[in-house]
Write a protein that binds this ligand. Structure first.
Ligand code: SF4
Length: 357
């Protein structure tokens, strides 16, 4: 992957380009990318959130959401900080944005972060190794309750977070320790490890390292993503992943421009994933933004073509927005809207679920 880090000069200053997602941040030494999770170090872009967990929970797999992948089972769910989108309605921002200064627009943030837990080429740094023993020791206590065991970020808004830390990444853990925790929790019904809560692909090296160990242990890897990483990252990760839920924010580029992403890139990710692993798709319906019936017809019709190409079902979750983050003053999506759009989608797809209703 080092080929992704292309060097540039801007006003005489050497910068290195991150190739993980569409933003292609060009970072001067010590600067952190838009996602808050990757940083320029010694002329390379490293994964600065490597092994830093902001949330860890043993969740019902239906919460990912995955409706048709080992239903009725639990999965250890880990999240860090960092996201490359800025959806103003983010339902999870206390976790995904933990410690990230906010600004509007796109581009490089130029923020420096501390050295602890940084990784290069996917290896945890010395501080990560030292601190790794503090990470997930309490996880078993609430096994089976679907509660977040610890969070560095704050209240997730779904009644889940039990402990709050002021600093992001209060827990640092190695892939081996997290995999061992997942295996230990098998006795309580855990089937594997889910990479979720923030955008896991901005820290893909940690996912890769954990996923290899989880697969070796005969357990399942689940990825919950916005689907906006480039093909190099997807090609590395998807063969290790058993199931994925991909957020399809809406079905117009106009909508994606609002949240800061590319519809075509997400569609490509869904096509690619559906051919390699069990894939489900989630669309969060925001009133007045992406609740158009015709858009749902186009979305569902397109997803039906993806199913045919993949030769398998790609279940769709139509979920309800609640007022959050920068859209705290908006009303929640009326349940009738969600049910109505789900009915429309069922004209095209065999598996459509509603969520948050
Ligand atoms: S992953 Fe982060 S640093 Fe890399 S291009 Fe995307 S936003 Fe920028």
């Amino acid at each position: 992957m080092r080929g992704e880090d292309r060097a540039h000069r801007l006003h005489g200053e050497r910068r290195v380009e991150c190739g993980v997602c569409f933003r292609r941040c060009r970072l001067a030494e010590g600067e952190t990318g838009f996602c808050g999770a990757r940083q320029a170090r010694a002329g390379k872009v490293i994964c600065a959130n490597y092994g830093k967990l902001t949330a860890l929970a043993l969740d019902p797999i239906e919460k990912k959401p995955l409706a048709e992948f080992y239903p009725g089972n639990l999965i250890l769910s880990a999240g860090s900080f960092g996201c490359n989108l800025r959806c103003p309605f983010c339902q999870n921002y206390e976790i995904s944005m933990a410690g990230i200064p906010q600004r509007s627009g796109s581009g490089t943030w130029g923020r420096s972060v501390g050295a602890a837990g940084c990784a290069e080429n996917g290896s945890a740094g010395p501080a990560a190794q030292e601190n790794a023993g503090n990470a997930v020791g309490d996880a078993a206590g609430d096994a089976g309750q679907g509660a977040v065991v610890k969070s560095a970020a704050g209240d997730a808004g779904q009644g889940a977070v039990k402990e709050v830390f002021e600093e992001p990444a209060a827990m640092t853990v190695s892939p081996r320790q997290l995999a061992a925790q997942a295996a230990e929790l098998a006795a309580k019904g855990n089937i594997g490890l889910a990479y979720t809560y923030n955008e896991p692909l901005v820290g893909w090296e940690f996912v890769r390292d954990c996923a290899g160990l989880i697969a070796e242990a005969g357990m399942k890897n689940v990825l919950v993503t916005n689907g906006t990483a480039g093909p190099e990252v997807l090609d590395r990760l998807l063969p290790l992943i058993d199931a994925v839920n991909i957020d399809l924010k809406g079905f117009t580029q106009e909508y994606y421009s609002w949240v800061g992403g590319s519809l075509d890139m997400v569609k490509e990710t869904i096509i690619r994933a559906s051919q390699l692993c069990h894939t489900e798709v989630t669309v969060l319906i925001v009133p007045g933004k992406n609740d158009d019936e015709e858009d749902m017809r186009r979305l569902a019709g397109w997803l039906s073509s993806v199913e045919k190409r993949a030769g398998k079902r790609v279940p769709l979750h139509v979920t309800r927005f609640f007022p959050r983050w920068r859209m705290k003053d908006q009303r929640a999506t009326p349940v009738e809207t969600v049910y109505g759009l789900a009915e429309t989608a069922r004209e095209y797809l065999p598996s459509v679920y509603t969520g948050n209703c």
